[in-house]
Design a protein around this ligand. Structure first.
Ligand SMILES: *Cc1c(COP(=O)(O)O)cnc(C)c1O
Length: 392
């Protein structure tokens, strides 16, 4: 793991103080900025310096603090904060690709990511090739010279498939393709995108960074050249920049990110152990758990499998719904990485619209449950699951 990943960086990184020397970071709720002279305005429009702002759609001091803190923590030179994770995903792809380009992506993708690739980029003449992300030979075969970019989720949602990111980055870089990693499941704390040399990492900060179910947000992190080049140009002209209040809320949330994610991940391990081998459960998927078919790869890449697990309840949809309806503490919802534990039935909610054949390919069975572990006592979550499983 990178040296930059310290709790100190999460508390102090990127801080900028006004003339009042405030301890807690300020919200700069302003659309514009005043210039000392007409010449100064002219100069700033020619080239804005690091601490110089023009208009809130381009950036503002609170947003910049959040960008510097999160990008720095992840080991990247720079970041651009966006209105949502999808603004980050679509912005990164749209900023880099043009008609005639070829993009290779893993098949097990979040539905909105698949929409952006196939429907949006497809409409603009970008050729999309989907591969089984677990199959290194399939990546090697698809990554032909002239490929512009690779897009993948390091750990897939909802089935928690793991991709050998180092292998994909090496294969992509051999043919000059840029690698864009969607790191929502891996979490910023256990992200290995930088270690594997991924060019851009896109993060739905709605998930672990906010972590308390309040704010939508996203960030694209990468080299200064890419972020302040094509990414900033695309984002600032198309209007996807994060607003100052969201940036402030996310900035303050970073202070507790590691404490929260480590506690949630430790809870996830305990829950996976408790569900493993249960007579009402046919399998448990948690990347670093012994039951996961890719445990060895997951452990080679990160010390933890994150805060989300997936498991299958025997007896299909009916048994599954009985269990969900019998839960007392765990909430039925569709998000993850909240302080509150959340259970989701992907087949009928987040992945409802996928054709059956794609559900089958991705392993989204009628009994599959995705469980996001919150900050409650793990013993209470386990007790809630055990009593609910009696209803199956
Ligand atoms: C949630 C999610 C997104 C989208 O993030 P939003 O903040 O909801 O826009 C993108 N990719 C993955 C893998 C996600 O889980």
């Amino acid at each position: 793991m990178s040296d930059s990943k310290t709790r100190t960086a999460l508390v102090h990184g990127g801080t900028k103080r006004s003339q009042w020397n405030e301890v807690s970071e300020a919200i700069f709720l302003t659309q514009g900025f005043v210039y000392d002279s007409a010449e100064a305005a002219e100069q700033r429009f020619l080239k804005a310096g690091d601490d110089e702002f023009i208009y809130a759609r381009y950036g503002n001091p609170t947003m910049r603090m959040f960008e510097d803190r999160l990008a720095g923590y992840l080991g990247y030179e720079d970041g651009f904060a966006c209105t949502s994770g999808m603004a980050a995903v679509s912005g990164a792809l749209m900023a880099l690709c043009k008609a005639g380009d070829r993009v290779v992506a893993s098949r097990a993708l979040f539905g909105s990511c698949l929409y952006v690739l196939e429907e949006v980029l497809g409409r603009y003449g970008v050729d999309i090739v989907l591969v089984d992300g677990r199959d290194t030979a399939a990546w090697d075969a698809a990554l032909t010279p002239g490929t512009r970019a690779v897009f993948l989720e390091s750990i897939s949602n909802p089935t928690l498939e793991v991709i050998d990111l180092g292998h994909v980055c090496r294969a992509a870089h051999r043919v000059g393709a840029l690698v864009i990693v969607d790191d929502a499941m891996a979490t910023p704390v256990f992200s290995y995108a930088r270690d594997c040399d991924a060019d851009l990492v896109v993060i739905s900060t709605t998930k672990h960074v906010d972590g308390q179910g309040r704010m939508l947000g996203g960030m694209i992190c990468g080299s200064k050249e890419l972020i302040r080049g094509p990414i900033e140009a695309y984002m600032k002209h198309t209007g996807g920049a994060m607003n100052p209040f969201a940036a402030w809320s996310h900035l303050k949330a970073l202070e507790t990110l590691e404490l929260r994610v480590r506690a949630q991940a430790a809870g996830a391990v305990q829950v996976a152990d408790a569900l493993s081998g249960h007579d009402k459960v046919s399998f448990v998927h948690y990347p670093t758990h012994r039951d996961h078919p890719q445990q060895e790869l997951a452990l080679r890449q990160a010390p933890s499998g994150g805060t989300v697990l997936a498991f299958e309840i025997k007896g299909g949809k009916a048994a599954c719904f009985r269990v969900l309806n019998a839960l007392n503490t765990i909430l039925i919802s569709n998000n993850f990485a909240d302080a509150k534990s959340i259970v989701t039935h992907p087949a009928t909610t987040t992945h409802q619209r996928l054709p059956q054949e794609q559900k089958d390919t991705l392993g989204i069975t009628p009994g599959l449950v995705r469980l996001s572990i919150g900050l409650e006592d793990p013993a209470d979550i386990i007790a809630d699951l055990m009593q609910a499983l009696e209803a199956a």
